[in-house]
Design a protein around this ligand. Structure first.
Ligand SMILES: Nc1ncnc2c1ncn2[C@@H]1O[C@H](COP(=O)(O)OP(=O)(O)OP(=O)(O)O)[C@@H](O)[C@H]1O
Ligand SMILES: [Mg+2]
Length: 341
């Protein structure tokens, strides 16, 4: 798989360095801890996890907005993590981004035409007329039209603004679009429209997505694979359907439990199970051991001693959890039992 990967992130660390009042480098806060992920051409990787887990830190490192403090990010022949300067021309333009807040991410003084054609102005030698023609094509791709070209962002709804941001990200037909919670700020029906739009464009243009979301249920249809983050670690990764239907890591199961079930009986059963779980306080970052152990209903002594490695899971992918350590016979039986619970 690694030979065909478009983007290969290995052992990525991201540390933020605060500054003290006197300007000395303060103590660092490590937001991403040894994350490994890869995306093949045309593939969508959904990256989910609760607030503060480090999703945007990964996205921003891929985009060159935040430096990596360790590990590598291979894109084609280039290690993005090792670049200390702006991305070289063969990379810029190949990676585009769409951010969460459509109200602040678009420059209010620019017209839609300016916004959508900005990447063309920066990266191509197209004339003004050629750019306008391309802008029209791009608006059509996102179901907007010519009449919108001369308007400003404030004249659009949140969903329309996100369409404009997507049109701009598509302008150069990049190889990868990093979408950091592109629908979180939108109402539910608009969320689905934008997800569908992304889905169609991806299939038509063969673009890969790194799609960040809180809500696994919302992105599992469009994602080929899903990675789950918890406190800076990728705790589970695998084919989207497997992760959604048979989540392996106890954290992924808890994340999916947050989604209401349609079947009231199943919902009642789940509530009963949840009530029986011991209440564990908000997580403190574990210096060693599993980051989820303070909240985990399956915690074992070894979880405090060492960070679980990535174990293979039936149906594909991996989980960083000792329940999937097949060399420990009893733990293996436990994992099989709870995964089907
Ligand atoms: N510029 C920064 N300086 C210091 N700490 C930061 C900075 N940016 C993020 N952090 C911290 O890093 C951790 C991960 O943040 P990040 O934004 O990557 O999380 P996230 O998963 O994207 O969360 P959300 O779902 O809320 O967007 C958080 O604890 C956050 O407070
Ligand atoms: Mg974020």
């Amino acid at each position: 798989m690694s030979e065909e990967a478009l983007l290969e992130i290995r052992d990525l660390d991201v540390t933020y360095w605060g500054r003290s009042l006197l300007g000395f480098k303060g103590k660092g806060f490590q937001a991403v801890k040894g994350a490994t992920l890869s995306i093949r051409p045309g593939e969508t990787l959904g990256l989910v996890g609760e607030s503060g887990s480090g999703k945007s830190s990964i996205a921003n490192t891929v985009l060159g907005l935040v430096p990596a403090s360790g590990g590598s990010i291979r894109f084609g022949d280039v290690d993005l993590a090792a670049l200390r300067t702006r991305y070289p021309p063969q990379v810029r333009g190949q990676i585009q981004a769409v951010f969460q807040d459509p109200y602040s991410s678009l420059n209010p003084s620019m017209t839609v035409e300016d916004i959508v054609t900005e990447p063309l102005r920066v990266h191509t030698a197209m004339t003004r007329d050629e750019r306008r023609t391309r802008a029209l094509e791009l608006l059509e791709l996102v179901s907007l039209s010519e009449e919108h070209l001369d308007r400003h962002p404030h004249q659009f709804s949140g969903g329309q603004r996100q369409r404009i941001a997507i049109a701009s990200a598509l302008a150069l037909t990049p190889k990868l679009i990093v979408l950091d919670e592109p629908v979180s700020a939108l109402d539910v029906s608009t969320q689905n429209q934008i997800i569908n739009l992304l889905y169609e464009r991806r299939d038509a243009l063969g673009i890969a997505y790194l799609l960040i979301a809180h809500d696994l249920a919302l992105v599992h249809h469009i994602s080929d694979r899903i990675a789950v983050m918890y406190l800076g670690h990728i705790v589970e990764e695998g084919p989207s359907d497997r992760v959604y239907r048979a989540p392996a890591h106890p954290y992924t199961r808890a994340l999916l439990d947050a989604v209401p079930l349609l079947d009231p009986q199943a919902q009642r059963r789940r509530r009963a199970v949840r009530k029986a779980l011991p209440v564990r306080e908000t997580p403190r970052v574990a210096a060693k051991g599993c980051p989820y152990r303070n909240r985990c209903p399956h915690v074992m002594p070894r979880c405090a001693a060492e960070m679980p490695p990535d174990y293979p899971v039936d149906g594909g992918g991996t989980a960083a959890c000792f329940l999937f350590d097949r060399s420990a016979a009893s733990a293996g039986a436990d994992a099989a039992g709870s995964a089907s619970a």
